[in-house]
Design a protein around this ligand. Structure first.
Ligand code: TXA
Ligand code: MG
Length: 540
């Protein structure tokens, strides 16, 4: 049985360790299962407690750089890295000395060493000497970043004498591991990032197994790379792609008991229960293992986790996630066809702002009002034919064009025919040249220009006060001028025949309405596909 200790019980913890016992110890990365590094009997208990394969070596934890030479043969680079990153979450692999028992190094002639910054871990090393410790989890399970995780895995263990509750680990991911044997190589990314390491060792290589599955029969640079890792009980799938595609994918593939692990701002659109892990890669690092464990505490049978990019700590998060998912990756963007939304509304309704929200979900925003200026220049000759005298020194006189074009309905129609056709050609060519799959085309005259391009059309509306305030501010005009402009425009009903309407009054957040629309769209699309499946089966 594991005795529960606190930071004030360090004496007792050290006594236990000095009598060949294993104690779970907090570090700044994850909890470790610690035994005095030179005590091979105690180290044996660690392997038994974790059910750890004997070929997977342990990290030796030290409290001063001086101890390095007691344990291994440090290189110049090792001292430079120690100077910059210790105490902290960096482990170095170096040629070992004989005092390291065989089970600690798993028979290799190298040893992994790191100097933790956690004060409890530091204090223990001062009293017991260097300790060997792997992460304090059952082999293959997510690492323990809170004391409750250690309790969950080892409370009943006959091999773990005690555990010290040191609260939540501040990093939450295991240390960065760098091999200094031969060309310096990153074996496991962590909170000390590849970018930071390269400031000290520009020739750092990154082992391919950091982000790729090892090939059958390949010899790993680090034994840990070959083992199953961090896996929750529930089937786990790493999902990539835009947030909209991911939500569509989950809506289609979820079970009754699916959990989506995502960042705080990614949650609302999902179609299942969610666990959020903060907003930055650092947050994700801190919270990923706890989230995987939390999902397992429920009756979840399927976990989706969104893959982060590989910058900074993101590389470490992605590395752990890919292993937690046994390299089971779903690229949610891959199979989808191009999907195009149109968005329109009266001036001052805030179409641009609403488009900004759609961009967060992965839509590429095409602003036709902005395109109009370019198109006018491109079509200058044709316009000049239709409205003689508007070209002055090759430049269109916009005032003259407006004067002529708005002198009669027939002329207005002529201008629109030229411009709308040309703008839509431009929109089509942007869409076909783009790698993006999701588009939102924004225009005041969407209906006039024809809506056959769009899968759905959305209208943005706002009350007159909101629109007035926005227009006055945006264009620097008076209330009277703004009202005059409004009187020449189409009424709200002209726009609200769209498939969806989003209200966007001043001082109200349109985000929930956008999310609502996105969910409706996903539902409608699924329904359509189901119908077409049924239809195609009937045909057979
Ligand atoms: O943050 C950490 O590093 C935590 C805390 C407790 O310090 N410890 C930790 O240990 O994550 P563990 O055993 O879960 O991971 C150590 C990794 C394993 O992948 C192991 O294969 C690798 O380091 N390793 C240890 N010694 C090695 C060696 N001599 N050569 C190559 N890889 C080694
Ligand atoms: Mg581990």
């Amino acid at each position: 049985m594991m005795k529960h200790l606190s930071a004030s019980d360090i004496d007792e913890a050290c006594e236990l360790m000095l009598r060949s016992n294993v104690v779970a110890v907090p570090t700044e990365t994850v909890y470790g299962l610690a035994a005095v590094a030179t005590d091979s009997d105690a180290v044996d208990k660690i392997f038994k407690a974790k059910h750890r394969p004997a070929d997977n070596p342990l990290i030796v934890h030290i409290s001063s750089v001086g101890q390095l030479e007691d344990l291994c043969f440090p290189t110049e680079t090792a001292y430079m890295l120690a100077e910059r990153f210790w105490p902290g979450p960096l482990t170095m692999i170096l040629p070992k000395k004989d005092c390291i028992p065989d089970n600690v190094s798993a028979g290799l002639d190298t040893v992994a060493v790191r100097m933790p910054s956690n004060p409890i871990a530091h204090e223990i090393i001062l009293r017991t000497g260097p300790f060997a410790a792997p992460s304090a989890n059952l082999s293959g399970k997510p690492s323990a970043t809170e004391f409750s995780h250690v309790v969950r895995d080892f409370d009943d263990s006959e091999f773990v004498a005690a555990g010290i509750d040191g609260g939540k680990c501040i990093n939450g991911l295991e240390s960065t591991v760098v091999s200094l044997i031969g060309v310096p190589t990153l074996l496991r990314p962590g909170f000390v990032t590849a970018e930071q390491l390269r400031e000290v060792i520009p020739n750092l290589q990154i082992a391919h197994a950091v982000l790729e599955q090892m090939k059958n029969g390949e010899k790993p640079l680090s034994p840990g790379m070959a083992h199953r890792h961090y896996a929750p009980e529930a089937k786990t799938i790493a999902v990539s792609g835009s947030l909209f595609s991911v939500a569509s994918y989950i809506a289609e593939h979820r079970t009754e008991k699916t959990t989506f692990i995502c960042r705080d701002d990614e949650e609302p659109i999902s179609f299942c229960s969610t666990i959020t892990i903060g907003t930055t890669s650092e947050d994700a690092g801190r919270n990923l293992f706890a989230a995987l464990r939390e999902a397992d505490e429920t009756d979840t049978d399927l976990i989706y986790v969104r893959i982060p990019d590989t910058e900074g700590v993101g590389l470490a998060v992605r590395n752990r996630l890919l292993r937690a998912a046994s390299f089971n990756i779903a690229d949610c963007d891959k199979e989808s066809a191009k999907f195009i939304l149109g968005i329109t509304g009266q001036s001052g309704a805030g179409k641009n702002y609403v488009c900004g929200i759609f961009e967060k979900y992965g839509f590429l925003h095409i602003d036709t009002d902005r395109l109009a200026a370019e198109v006018r220049e491109k079509k200058a000759d044709i316009l000049n034919e239709a409205f003689p005298g508007i070209l002055i020194n090759g430049v269109i006189d916009k005032k003259e064009l407006a004067k002529q074009a708005f002198s009669s309905q027939k002329k207005t129609d002529l201008l629109n025919r030229i411009m709308h056709g040309a703008i839509m050609d431009e929109v089509r060519s942007i869409i076909s040249a783009s790698e993006s799959k999701l588009f939102i085309v924004n225009g005041a005259a969407l209906f006039e220009a024809g809506t056959e391009l769009y899968d759905y059309v959305i209208a943005v509306t706002a009350d007159e006060r909101s629109r007035l305030e926005r227009i006055k501010k945006r264009d620097g005009i008076s209330e009277t001028e703004a009202l005059l402009r409004f009187s020449a425009q189409k009424p709200e009903e002209y726009y609200t025949r769209a498939d969806f309407v989003i209200r966007n009054n001043l001082n109200e957040d349109p985000r929930p309405e956008v999310i609502h629309v996105l969910r409706d769209i996903i539902d409608k699309e699924r329904h359509k596909h189901e119908q077409s499946d049924i239809h195609s089966k009937k045909c057979i």
